[in-house]
Design a protein around this ligand. Structure first.
Ligand code: ADP
Length: 153
């Protein structure tokens, strides 16, 4: 069984994130969306909400699992017998950042490979931190997040 872990803050989960997971479903038997919990980081949306929203987006797919996690991504992969870390790329800056992390992860465990998927150009400008700013300032973010998610709920 080919399993990939897709780690992130997902604060909130966007159409860009959804695109990456849906594309990955044709490559992997299972995709575990892993919501990182970092005690030094503060999040706008509660973990329980982020978890519920992602579950709702993939309510139609038995291939997707959602788990919160603390610690190293490679440790979470081992726990779930996942050989792949999935990440999304929007632009060269993402590639630069992501390739560093991937090399570090490979140094920690060479049996786990990072796999990158390019996002759809329609979603290349979507950035969760900008979505947060728009939301905090009362703007309409519905174009940037999956239709099933209501950030006010
Ligand atoms: P992190 O805090 O780990 O960067 P994010 O929730 O911001 O977590 O992103 C998780 C993953 O999704 C990363 O691989 C990131 O590059 C990717 N990603 C973020 N936004 C988009 C998007 N619009 N399209 C495709 N991938 C994206």
């Amino acid at each position: 069984m080919k399993t990939a872990v897709f780690p992130g803050s997902f604060d909130p989960f966007t159409k860009g994130h959804e695109d990456i997971v849906r594309k990955a479903l044709s490559l992997f038997d299972k995709v575990i969306v892993a919501i990182g919990v970092n005690s030094t980081k503060s999040y706008l949306f509660e973990l329980e909400k982020r978890e519920r929203w992602i579950r709702d987006v993939f309510a139609d797919s038995r291939q997707v699992e959602v788990v919160p996690f603390e610690g190293l991504t490679v440790d979470l992969c081992k726990k779930h017998h996942a050989s792949f870390i999935l990440r999304g790329l929007r632009n060269p800056a993402d590639f630069q950042y992501e390739s560093n992390i991937a090399h570090m992860n490979e140094g920690l465990d060479a049996s786990i490979q990072s796999v990158f998927l390019l996002c759809d150009p329609r979603f290349a400008a979507i950035n969760a931190s900008i979505v947060r700013e728009i939301f905090k300032n009362g703007g309409d973010v519905s174009n940037f997040i999956p239709n099933t998610i209501d950030l006010h709920a």
